[in-house]
Design a binder for this molecule. Structure first.
Ligand code: ADP
Ligand code: MG
Length: 726
C-alpha cells in the first residue's frame, strides 16, 4: 500500500500533482493578471508548472570569490551590488553599457556590455548580482567584459538557485523563487505533499520523500542535498514514463488473443540444413527468444536490434518460417522499394527448395511461395497476388507500405517482421498486426540496424521486448576507417578507389548532405559525379543514385552496380539502409562532418560485407578548431576508433544528448525536465524495474491510484499517446 493512504481522504489528504495542476498560478499572493501573464510566457500556468520550474543552476556562495583576490585572466564568480549603470554610444555607434559594482568588502568591479542597452534597465542601482566572467585589468581598474550575469535579488542562503527566466517576460529569478517559496510554504502549512511511491521502494532505493525533494531542490542547504533532491525528482519523471510504457505493454498483451505457433517442425529443420553456415551464438539465442514468444498464446512485440551485417535477415526468415510451418502466413515490411526488392530476392533465395504441405492434396507438397508487393506492382500482378494471399496460397509476402493498404487481406497472418522500425509509426505496426479478419493478432518482430543505448531503448521502445544481435558472423575483416583531413589525405582515398577497382572491387562515394533541401542535395550529387568522372576517377565506370530519380532509373543503376557493370556508385544517403553488394570494398564519404554518427555508421556498413578487406574514408577538412567543429572531430574520431554500433550509440548519446534521440517526442510537452537518459542511465533501468513491479499483469496500477493519477496528469492522455508514436 502506498504511504499516502494512511491519511484519510477529503480535505486533509496531502496534495497530489493533480491538485497542483488544477490550481492556477494566480491563487498565489501577488499574482495578478499581469504577473500571471508573465508567468505564462515562461510556460507556467498552474502551481504544478511553478513548482516544477526547476533552477537552471545554483550559485554556491560559500565558494564565491572576492574581487580583490582575483588575478587578471582568471575566470570566477563574484557576487556584487550594482552602484550605477550608464549607457553611451561608442564611436562606431554601438551601445556600451558600463556598470559600476562593489563586492562585500567594498572592492569595485566594472562590468561592460556592448549592444545590450537593456542591461541598464536590468541592473538597477542596489541590485545584488552574480557575475561570472574573466577578470581584466584596464588602466589599473578591475573589470569584466560581457560576463554572465544573474540577478539574485535579496535572496539569502548559501546556495542560491538561478531560475530559467525570460527578460521579455519581466520576471526575475528571485521573483520566481519567491513565488515557489510561497507555494511550497503554503502546501507545507496545510495539507503537505502526497508521496505516491510505496515506502518500501523508497527505502530500498534510498530516495528522499517527495515533499523534501521539492523543498530542497528549490532551496538546498548544500549541493549534496540538492543532488539527493534531484535524484528523487528525476526518478519520478523516469518512473512515470516507464509506468505508461509498461502499462501499455501489459494491456496489449492482456487484451490480445495471440496465435500459438508450432515452433518445432520439419520446415525449420530443413531450412537449417540448407544454410551454408552455422548460426552465430547471438542468432541462436535471439531465435530461441523469439520461439518462446511465438509458442505462447500472447502476441509477440519484440524489437530486434542488430548492427549492420549481424545477420538480421536470417532471424527474420526463421521467424516467418516458424509461422508458415504451422500453416500460417508471414509478412516482411521494408521502408523503401529498394529494400523491399532486396528482401524479396533475399528471402526467395533463402527459402528456395523448401516446401510445405499442399492443402489441395494431403499427399503432395508445394514450394514455399514468396510474393513481392509494392506500389510498383502492376495491376494484374497485384490482383493475382491478393487473391492468392486471401486464399492462403502465398506463404510469405514481402513489400513496402503497400502491405498495409486497404484490400490486402491475409488468410491467416501469423507473423510480421518490420524492418527499420524508425521509419514506421506505431499505427502502421498495429495496422499490419491486425490484418486478420478473425481477430487473431499476428506476432510482431521489429528490426532496427540503428543500435541505441540500452537505457534509451527502454524509453523509446519501452512497450516492446528487446533482443540484441551483438555478434557478427565469423570471417568478417573489420573495416578500416580513415579520416582524410586535407587534400593530400583525400587524394589517398581516390587512389585507393582506383586501386580497388583495378583489383576487381567496387566503391561507393557518398555526396555531401544538404539539410532540408532535396534539390540542392541532388545538384551537389550531380556536380560531384561530373567532377569525379573527369578528374579523380576519370576512366572508371561511374553511376549516380539519388532520391529524385524515378524508380525504374534507380533500379537500373542499382542493378548495374550489383552486377558489376559499374565500378563506382556515386550516391546520396539513399544507400544508407540495407544495400548489399559484397564486392564493394571501399567507401568515400565527402563532407563527413555533416553527418551524424548513426548515419555514418549505417553508410559505412555498406562495405565490409564480403570477404575483402574494406576501407572507409571520411573526408572532412577540419582545421578550424571552432567549438562546433570539435564535436564533429569527436564524432569522426569515434568512427575511426570503433565499428561497434552500440559503442558508437553511447558516444552519440553523450555528444548529442537525448533530445535528438527521442526525436519528435522530445519536442512535445515533455515530462523529462530534470532526468536525462544520458546522465541518469542507472535510474532509467531502476525505474523500468520498479514499473514492472507496480503494474499488474492486466496493465493496471489499481493498487497505486496516486501513481496512476500522476501518470495521467503529468503525461496527459495526449502525451501518453504521443509517447507511442515513434
Ligand atoms: P543485417 O540485415 O543484420 O545487416 P544480413 O542479414 O544482411 O545482415 O546479413 C549480412 C550477411 O551475413 C549476409 O550476406 C548473410 O548471408 C551473412 N550471414 C548471416 N548470418 C550468418 C552466419 N551465421 N554466418 C555467416 N554468414 C552469415
Ligand atoms: Mg538488413
Amino acid at each position: 500500500m502506498s504511504p499516502e493512504r494512511d491519511t484519510a481522504g477529503g480535505d486533509s489528504a496531502p496534495l497530489t500533482l493533480r491538485d497542483f495542476a488544477s490550481m492556477p498560478a494566480s491563487v498565489l499572493r501577488g499574482v495578478g493578471p499581469k504577473k500571471a501573464d508573465a508567468l505564462a510566457q515562461l510556460g507556467i500556468e498552474s502551481v504544478l508548472d511553478l513548482i516544477t520550474h526547476y533552477p537552471r543552476r545554483y550559485v554556491d556562495r560559500t565558494r564565491e570569490a572576492l574581487v580583490s583576490e582575483l588575478q587578471p585572466g582568471e575566470q570566477a564568480t563574484v557576487v556584487v551590488r550594482v552602484e550605477q549603470a550608464t549607457t553611451r554610444r561608442t564611436k562606431r555607434g554601438q551601445a556600451m553599457t558600463t556598470v559600476r559594482c562593489v563586492d562585500g568588502q567594498g572592492n569595485s568591479l566594472g562590468v561592460s556590455f556592448f549592444g545590450q542597452a537593456w542591461r541598464e534597465r536590468q541592473l538597477t542601482p542596489g541590485s545584488l548580482v552574480v557575475v561570472y566572467g574573466k577578470l581584466e585589468l584596464f588602466r589599473g581598474a578591475r573589470q569584466m567584459t560581457s560576463p554572465v550575469v544573474d540577478l539574485i535579488g535579496d535572496r539569502t542562503g548559501r546556495i542560491v538557485p538561478i531560475y530559467p527566466q525570460s527578460d521579455k517576460a519581466g520576471m526575475s529569478t528571485w521573483e520566481i523563487g519567491d513565488l515557489i517559496d510561497e507555494a511550497l510554504r503554503r502546501v507545507d502549512a496545510r495539507r503537505g505533499f502526497a508521496d505516491p511511491l510505496p515506502v518500501a521502494i523508497r527505502q530500498r532505493l534510498e530516495l528522499v520523500g517527495r515533499g523534501e525533494a521539492l523543498r530542497t531542490i528549490h532551496a538546498p542547504p548544500s549541493l549534496a542535498v540538492m543532488a539527493q533532491a534531484r535524484r528523487r525528482l528525476a526518478f519520478d519523471e523516469l518512473l512515470r514514463v516507464q509506468l505508461a510504457l509498461v502499462q501499455r505493454k501489459r494491456q496489449i498483451e492482456h487484451a490480445a488473443q495471440g496465435i500459438v505457433h508450432e515452433v518445432d517442425g520439419t520446415l525449420l529443420e530443413r531450412f537449417w540444413a540448407t544454410l551454408p553456415f552455422t548460426l552465430t551464438g547471438a542468432q541462436q539465442r535471439v531465435i530461441e527468444e523469439i520461439a518462446v514468444d511465438l509458442a505462447r498464446p500472447l502476441p509477440m512485440h519484440r524489437l530486434l536490434q542488430g548492427d549492420v551485417g549481424s545477420g538480421k535477415t536470417l532471424v527474420a526468415v526463421a521467424t516467418l518460417l516458424m509461422a508458415v510451418q504451422g500453416g500460417n502466413q508471414g509478412a516482411l515490411m521494408a521502408p523503401t522499394e529498394v529494400l523491399a526488392d532486396q528482401h524479396g530476392s533475399g528471402v526467395r533465395a533463402l527459402v528456395a527448395g523448401l516446401s510445405v504441405p499442399d492443402p489441395a492434396s494431403l499427399l503432395t507438397e508445394r514450394p514455399v511461395r514468396v510474393e513481392l508487393l509494392t506500389h510498383r506492382t502492376g495491376v494484374a500482378d497485384r490482383r493475382r497476388i491478393l487473391a492468392a494471399l486471401a486464399a492462403g496460397g502465398v506463404d510469405l509476402l514481402v513489400g513496402t507500405h503497400a502491405l498495409i493498404q486497404e484490400g490486402v487481406t491475409f488468410a491467416r497472418l501469423g507473423a510480421v517482421v518490420i524492418d527499420e522500425q524508425h521509419r514506421f509509426g506505431v499505427e502502421q505496426r498495429a495496422a499490419l498486426r491486425d490484418k486478420n479478419h478473425d481477430g487473431m493478432i499476428a506476432d510482431v518482430l521489429v528490426m532496427t540496424a540503428t543500435p541505441i543505448p540500452r537505457t534509451a531503448a527502454m524509453t523509446v521502445y519501452g512497450d516492446l521486448d528487446v533482443s540484441v544481435l551483438d555478434e557478427l558472423p565469423p570471417g568478417r575483416t573489420p573495416i578500416e576507417t580513415i579520416w582524410a583531413r586535407d587534400h593530400l589525405e583525400e587524394s589517398v582515398a581516390w587512389a585507393t578507389v582506383r586501386h580497388e577497382v583495378a583489383e576487381g572491387r567496387q566503391a561507393y562515394v557518398v555526396t555531401p548532405l544538404v539539410e532540408d533541401s532535396d534539390k540542392l542535395e541532388v545538384s551537389s550529387a550531380e556536380a560531384t559525379f561530373a567532377r569525379l568522372g573527369v578528374h579523380e576517377l576519370a576512366g572508371l565506370r561511374l553511376g549516380l543514385l539519388h532520391g529524385r530519380l524515378g524508380s525504374s532509373e534507380k533500379d537500373a543503376v542499382m542493378e548495374a552496380f550489383r552486377r558489376g557493370r559499374l565500378d563506382v556508385l556515386v550516391a546520396t544517403t539513399v544507400i544508407e539502409v540495407g544495400v548489399d553488394v559484397p564486392n564493394a570494398s571501399v567507401m568515400v564519404i565527402l563532407d563527413a562532418d555533416r553527418f551524424g554518427i548513426a548515419q555514418l555508421h549505417q553508410l559505412r556498413g555498406r562495405v565490409g560485407r564480403g570477404r575483402y578487406h574494406s576501407t572507409c574514408f571520411l573526408v572532412a577538412h577540419l582545421n578550424d578548431p571552432e567549438a562546433a567543429q570539435a564535436v564533429s572531430a569527436e564524432r569522426l574520431s569515434a568512427l575511426v576508433r570503433t565499428t561497434d554500433g552500440f559503442e558508437l550509440a553511447e558516444v552519440d548519446l553523450d555528444l548529442r544528448g537525448e533530445g535528438t534521440l527521442m526525436g519528435e517526442r522530445q519536442k512535445g510537452r515533455n515530462d523529462l525536465k530534470l532526468a536525462s537518459l544520458r546522465r541518469d542511465r542507472e535510474l532509467v533501468g531502476v525505474a523500468r524495474q520498479v514499473a514492472f513491479e507496480l503494474v499488474d499483469e492486466r496493465g493496471s496500477l489499481g493498487e497505486h491510484p496516486l501513481l496512476e493519477d500522476e501518470v495521467r496528469t503529468v503525461l496527459g492522455e495526449a502525451d501518453t499517446e504521443f509517447l507511442f508514436k515513434s
